[in-house]
Write a protein that binds this ligand. Structure first.
Ligand code: GLV
Ligand code: GLV
Length: 319
């Protein structure tokens, strides 16, 4: 079994107990040629999100029987290529829902109330009589638009409702449990114009790539707060930069960017009306352990010829 990066120790221990493990331990991802060499005899692959699993890589791994990743998103994986080779792929939905919702809502709240800017002031010694911090905005009574209302979106909606916000959402289809959600389905266009806060949680797919561009930002309220906790490439970075510079929207709070990591001299970082976190949606000890253990369990099940617990291509899941 090959592990392409660092993983949580309990998951590593569980795998080492049952198989022969070869782990890439450097911070920078292995080159494709290096990985291909490692994969020659591998039956299982614990892959990191910074590695593209495609036809080329799979061709180098003739014995591979299962792939798993410690993440809910899998835009780095060519699922069809895995399915063609009858290789089940497991992601980690469910176990990170509340944790990621906390981060998405935390970004929204921190941006709205400028908590990070206040702390910058305190630390810089500017908290003095008569100080004038930029004022924030209220959440109570405002409209939150969720783009991509899955399990995480529903958990964000609950947090927003507890703060007195009205929630609207857009998915490809309305959810059947809409009443329980207490959120109103609306078109993407209407969501853009009606929302005071927009939270993006949609997976990155060919359809969602670049779905927030110049036209979309131009439609939003000039007072809108834009929060992305999905994938950076769902947003056209240049268009977001222009929207923030020109005041087409008020503020952005991002947990994901394109590119990632964002270089230290990137123009977005210099803007006064942005808050950026380094992709930490699921980054708590408890949740990262749950994710890694679920991925490890998926791998061990696949190696044993048994169905993975959370399989993205169930048509080739063992049974
Ligand atoms: C993190 O971004 C994930 O997809 O779990
Ligand atoms: C995560 O589990 C999701 O489906 O949003």
């Amino acid at each position: 079994m090959i592990i392409t990066g660092r993983i949580m120790p309990p998951a590593l221990a569980a795998l080492q107990e049952q198989c022969e493990v070869q782990q890439w331990n450097q911070a920078v991802a292995p080159q494709v040629s290096q990985l291909a060499e490692w994969l020659k005899d591998a039956e299982g692959l614990f892959v990191s999100t910074n590695i593209a699993v495609n036809e080329e890589l799979l061709a180098a791994a003739p014995k591979l029987r299962v792939i798993a990743q410690s993440a809910v998103g899998y835009d780095n994986i060519d699922i069809q290529a895995c399915t063609n080779r009858k290789i089940p792929f497991g992601n980690t939905p469910g176990v990170l829902v509340e944790t990621t919702a906390d981060l998405a809502f935390g970004l929204l709240l921190t941006a709205a109330r400028r908590i990070h800017e206040g702390w910058d002031w305190v630390r810089a010694g500017k908290w003095q009589p008569g100080f004038q911090l930029p004022l924030g905005v209220d959440l109570f009574g405002k409209t939150l638009g969720v783009v991509g209302m899955g399990a995480i979106g529903a958990a964000v909606a609950r947090r927003a409702q507890a703060s007195g916000m009205k929630v609207i959402y857009n998915n490809r289809r309305p959810r059947p449990d809409q009443a329980a959600l207490n959120a109103e389905y609306c078109s993407f266009e209407n969501l853009l114009t009606e929302s005071d806060f927009i939270v993006v949680l949609t997976p990155l797919t060919p359809e969602s790539r670049g779905m927030f561009g110049a036209k979309e930002f131009a439609r939003m309220k000039t007072t809108a707060y834009f929060i992305n906790a999905a994938r950076g490439a769902v947003v056209d970075t240049q268009a977001l930069y222009t929207a923030l510079i020109e005041g087409q929207i008020a503020y952005a709070a991002l947990d994901v960017t394109d590119p990632e990591p964002l270089p230290a001299d990137h123009p977005l970082i210099k803007l006064p009306n942005i808050l950026i976190a380094p992709h930490i949606g699921s980054a708590t000890t408890e949740t990262r352990n749950r994710m890694a253990l679920l991925a490890a369990e998926n791998l061990l099940l696949g190696l044993a010829g048994k169905p993975l617990i959370t399989c993205v291509n169930p048509e080739v899941n063992y049974r």
